[in-house]
Design a protein around this ligand. Structure first.
Ligand code: NAD
Length: 266
């Protein structure tokens, strides 16, 4: 049975960097469900490095930091497709090249660039693709983080940026509801093993700690995030709008994990 009802649907997937990407896991699932996946990657160089993985699939290039590139993407997609049933926004960037700094010393340019790429790009994509998004079944999904209130030093200013992203999801859902049934949702995963996380200082230690804090003592798998995204992109989730679905294997309620407490005892 075609449970997801995605066969023949056109879905734009942004953010494939490699085989580990949330976007790649999701795209594979969408293709298995019979969807036409349209890929948008960050640069020509990335497109070349993905040539073997993506084969003869349709791949566009769009650096979402620049409005002109978003406009070009919209132009190119609309030349080939009459409508889009979904968009996956799976893009984030933080320039940690200044090294680890206390949060209050966050460089202004780095913070604003991160807001532009990781949050504003969702608004800009939604606005550009407004006409093309299917008014009845259109669904837009972004990838946030399990909590933006856990002040983990090494995650730094990405948490406030993701908080802005979470809030933008609500406002986009509201304004699009004035003229369509297009839905906007986020998935909010815990720590994953991808290239985005590899750039976060001390990530492995946090990952192992987070794994212990899950209820099942096993980290969230990228496939699990992809499964939820595919569901949110599908008409099967039609009643869900302006939400963030936390995918953290129960970590949020396990602050007082017995094993972690025991390990901390002298
Ligand atoms: P990833 O590195 O595979 O994907 C991030 C993507 O963002 C890359 O494809 C990169 O090219 C793209 N990108 C960065 N700047 C861009 C720009 N200017 N224009 C266009 N694309 C740009 O890592 P991922 O973990 O798959 O990340 C996808 C999403 O998942 C991100 O929003 C990330 O914050 C989020 N997320 C990751 C984790 C984790 O632990 N890895 C946890 C929760 C949420």
């Amino acid at each position: 049975m075609d449970y997801l009802q995605l066969a023949g649907k056109n879905i734009l997937v942004t953010g494939v960097a490699n085989r580990k990407s949330v976007a790649w896991h999701t795209a594979r699932l969408l293709e298995e469900a019979g969807a036409n996946v349209i890929y948008s990657v960050r640069s020509e160089q990335r497109k070349e490095s993905l040539a073997k993985l993506l084969g003869d699939r349709t791949v566009f290039v769009c650096d979402v930091e620049h409005q002109a590139e978003i406009d070009r993407l919209k132009q190119q997609v609309s030349q080939q497709y009459d409508s889009l049933h979904g968009i996956l926004h799976s893009v984030a960037f933080a320039d940690f090249s200044a090294g680890w700094l206390p949060f209050h010393e966050t460089p202004r340019d780095a913070f604003l660039q991160s807001v532009n790429i990781s949050c504003y790009s969702l608004i800009a994509l939604a606005n550009s693709f407004q006409e093309l998004l299917d008014k009845t079944e259109g669904s837009v999904v972004t990838v946030s983080i399990s909590t933006t209130r856990m002040a983990a030093e090494n995650y730094g200013y990405m948490a406030p940026v993701k908080a802005a992203l979470d809030s933008s999801v609500c406002f986009l859902a509201k304004t699009f509801s004035k003229f369509s049934n297009v839905r906007f949702n986020a998935v909010n995963p815990g720590l994953l093993k991808t290239s985005a996380s590899a750039g976060i200082p001390g990530y492995i230690d946090s990952y192992l700690h987070a794994e212990k804090a899950t209820l099942r003592k096993q980290a969230v798998q990228t496939e699990e995030v992809a499964n939820t995204i595919a569901f949110l992109l599908s008409p099967r989730s039609s009643g869900i709008n302006a939400q963030g679905i936390v995918i953290d294997a129960g970590m949020e309620i396990n602050y007082f994990d017995e094993e972690i407490i025991r390990e901390d005892q002298p």
